[in-house]
Design a protein around this ligand. Structure first.
Ligand SMILES: Nc1ncnc2c1ncn2[C@@H]1O[C@H](COP(=O)(O)OP(=O)(O)OP(=O)(O)O)[C@@H](O)[C@H]1O
Length: 486
């Protein structure tokens, strides 16, 4: 658990004496900082008041005051995990405490941060709540995975839409990597379809019929991460389920585990993951001995892990272990030729096959799609189309610019302004400047005349033949293929 930047706080003693500690005095919950041996280094007034403690507890051991020291702070020190259970002092004062181990970036324990609240919440309520959340989480993820398998819903490389050179190359490598048992690191911007690629890797592997277990590292609360991934035995801590929990790595035995957003894993969990990867042995919390799991790891990230390694946020050894096979999913702006196929599929899913055959996307909309920067990639395209389909009247069959979300149009305008300004700066000679101005005039007039070529030619004072010639010269003809022909 890391509350503070380890570069700033590298010892609990320093934290206890730093101005940070002064902030705790403002809080109404009890806060204490303990050394890695269990001695008090600091406590705020609320903590002293809550437990009726003498003011001079600094330097003394937690067991001098708390009957619950063994199952509380000392257990958090031993197991390096957060412990939630009640606290009871030798003078019978009670509270509920959260003991957070604070680790440095070498995964060493610096000490414990103790947060205590009055027991009016009721410890059982809290621990019952934790167990129910865990049970619901487990059963929904189990049912979700079962439903997916039943309906054969996991993607394959064939079901991933795209025929651009960039996507075909990704699929070609993906099919080859799928055969190995080594980890694959799927990298790509947010919304490019990394999860689909992870499913396809599993489907194309010899493990296709076995479990495919998904873990979103960014969505898991940090204090539950270790127990979710590696599992724990019954009675490991207060709030734990009687029968314990089967960790995701154990569930993935004979199959694949997909760790999404791997860059968000805390350093201590990274250390544990490296050990599991190297040995295939899982050290379950509070379990004597180790368990073996035959899993294949697929990890994904939209971060620059190299940069994370330089910053000390990601272990270099784990990074090298993971990126034996690196599969890059291209951003949508590098494969705009896939947009028509993707758009057709999304429209069909959204409005059904029958209505989708009636709907046509105008050429100006396609042109806008090809100029838009698509920071959110395929996910953003899907969202833009969903909006447009709702904006389209039932009686209207042509999806045009007026149906697109205002935010899309604003971003497009900015992107086009940037594009137009950039070459002007680099303009080398008069001929280039003339060509640029001519192209811009053509585009503007076409838009004004709603892509009617006869009217555009007339307005520009040139023949239709000359207009065709110019449109061809500036690469504008293709985009007008389905526009009005008069
Ligand atoms: N090639 C594709 N064919 C069909 N749908 C796609 C394709 N690529 C992405 N999608 C759709 O786009 C959305 C985003 O995909 P996905 O969640 O796999 O992206 P991601 O890269 O994992 O994103 P993030 O990094 O934000 O988790 C999903 O709804 C997915 O179904």
């Amino acid at each position: 658990m890391q509350f503070f930047n380890p570069k700033i706080v590298n010892s609990m003693e320093k934290l206890a004496q730093s101005p940070y500690a002064g902030f705790f005095e403002l809080l109404h919950t009890g806060i204490a900082l303990m050394s890695a041996e269990g001695n008090f280094l600091y406590s705020n007034k609320a903590f002293i008041k809550l437990f009726n403690l003498p003011v001079d507890i600094i330097g003394k051991h937690v067991s001098d005051f708390f009957l619950t020291a063994e199952q509380g702070v000392m257990s958090a020190i031993r197991d390096r995990k957060m412990v939630v259970c009640s606290s009871l002092t030798t003078t019978n004062a009670e509270g509920i405490s959260f003991r957070y181990p604070l680790m440095n970036d070498q995964a060493e324990l610096l000490g414990i941060i103790l947060e205590s609240i009055p027991s009016t919440f009721g410890e059982t309520t809290l621990s019952d709540l934790m167990s129910s959340v865990r049970e619901i989480e487990q059963s929904t993820s189990y049912l979700e995975q079962k439903a997916n398998r039943k309906h054969g819903m996991l993607h394959t490389f064939d079901s991933i839409i795209g025929e651009s050179k960039a996507i075909l190359e990704m699929k070609r490598y993906g099919r080859r990597f799928a055969r190995s048992k080594e980890p694959v690191l799927v990298i790509g911007e947010s919304g490019t379809g990394k999860e689909l690629v992870a499913q396809a890797l599993h489907s194309a592997s010899p493990r296709a019929k076995n479990p495919f277990i998904v873990v979103n590292s960014a969505a898991l609360p940090r204090e539950l991460m270790e127990s979710e991934l590696f599992g724990y035995e019954g009675g490991a801590f207060t709030g734990a389920r009687a029968g314990g929990v089967v960790g995701k790595f154990e569930q993935a035995d004979t199959g694949t585990i997909f760790l999404d957003e791997i860059g968000e894993l805390p350093l201590p969990v990274q250390a544990k993951l490296l050990r599991v990867l190297e040995s295939g042995e899982i050290q379950k919390i509070a379990h004597r001995g180790t368990l073996h799991s035959d899993f294949r790891l697929i990890a994904a990230t939209n971060r620059d892990l190299n940069h994370y390694v330089e910053e000390g946020r990601f272990r270099a050894d784990l990074y090298h272990r993971l990126n034996i096979f690196e599969l890059k999913v291209p951003p949508l702006r590098d494969r705009i030729s896939d947009i028509p196929l993707l758009a057709r599929r999304f429209i069909e899913t959204e409005v059904g096959r029958k209505r989708s055959t009636e709907i046509r996307i105008s050429s100006e909309t396609y042109r806008a799609f090809s100029q838009y920067p698509w920071q959110g990639n395929v996910r953003e395209l899907k969202n833009v189309l969903t909006y447009a389909l709702y904006a389209l009247e039932d009686s209207d069959n042509v999806l045009s610019l007026e149906h697109l979300p205002p935010r899309f149009l604003r971003t497009l305008e900015l992107a086009m302004e940037r594009d137009e300004e950039a070459p002007l700066v680099e303009m080398q000679n008069l001929a280039q400047a003339n060509a640029q101005a001519e192209r811009k005039t053509l585009v503007n007039m076409l838009e004004k005349m709603r892509y009617n070529k006869t009217l555009t030619a007339r307005a520009l004072g040139i023949s239709r033949n000359k207009l065709y010639h110019k449109l061809h010269e500036y690469g504008l003809l293709e985009g007008l293929a389905d526009s009005k022909e008069e």
